[in-house]
Write a protein that binds this ligand. Structure first.
Ligand code: DX5
Ligand code: ZN
Length: 212
């Protein structure tokens, strides 16, 4: 499977989002990663539904929406209708109703992802692997861009790979650069999220190519 590079706009210039998205598209990005934070599930607030809606009007790139929010089931419909293509929610935010949230996302014909934080054991995902499109393994504590990659988290990648079918997308997010990307892809990751590494570089194309 070709590696899917999903630049996180969390590190983009929000005053110039349209050109920042166009620029990574031109530079070879496959998806756009949109980090949604509610100030409860994570100690930070970022962007929400209206921004996704505006982005959708301006790009045909696949919108990879990472919900770092509590009660994700309350907001799935809004993100689906705003134009997200994939909706990833956190296992920790709704561990008692994971099936319900998966089915809700599917009811809007959207792809489904589940994410786990660094301290969550990957085995919690086993019952859901054949029902979803993507697993997102966080390699930093969610909430902020620009943090350092936590190496121990990468060992969840081969575990998920061994237990999943070929078609499952295994995505990593947090502290991804040219070196940590290699570690993750050699362990079986096939989608890489990178925010600060791409958007803080002065050559987006070179940065994206160095992740492949
Ligand atoms: C962190 C977000 C990430 C973040 C990654 O909570 O989920 O997507 O933007 O940023 P970098 O690539 O800078 O670690
Ligand atoms: Zn993210």
């Amino acid at each position: 499977m070709k590696k899917i590079i999903s630049p996180s706009i969390l590190s983009a210039d929000f005053m110039n989002l349209e050109s920042e998205i166009e620029a990574v598209k031109k530079a070879g990005a496959d998806w756009i990663h949109i980090d949604v934070m509610d100030g409860h599930f994570v100690p930070n607030i970022s962007i929400g539904v209206p921004v996704v809606k505006s982005i959708r009007k301006k790009t045909n790139l696949f919108l990879d929406t990472h919900l770092m929010i509590e009660n994700p089931e309350k907001y799935i419909e809004a993100f689906a209708k705003a134009g997200s293509d994939l909706i990833t929610f956190h296992y920790e935010a709704c561990s008692e109703k994971v099936d319900e949230v998966i089915n809700l996302i599917k009811s809007f014909n959207k792809k489904v992802g589940i994410s786990i934080k660094p301290n969550t054991n990957a085995s919690v995902l086993l019952p859901y692997l054949d029902k979803i499109d993507l697993v997102l393994i966080m390699t930093v504590e969610p909430g902020f861009g620009g943090q350092e990659f936590i190496h121990d988290c990468a060992m969840k990648i081969p575990y998920i790979k061994e237990n999943a079918t070929e078609s499952l997308i295994i995505q990593v997010d947090g502290g991804i650069n040219n070196l940590t990307a290699k570690i993750c892809t050699s362990l079986g990751a096939n989608s890489l999220v990178a925010g600060s590494y791409i958007y803080n570089s002065n050559d987006y194309q070179k940065a994206i190519e160095s992740l492949m």
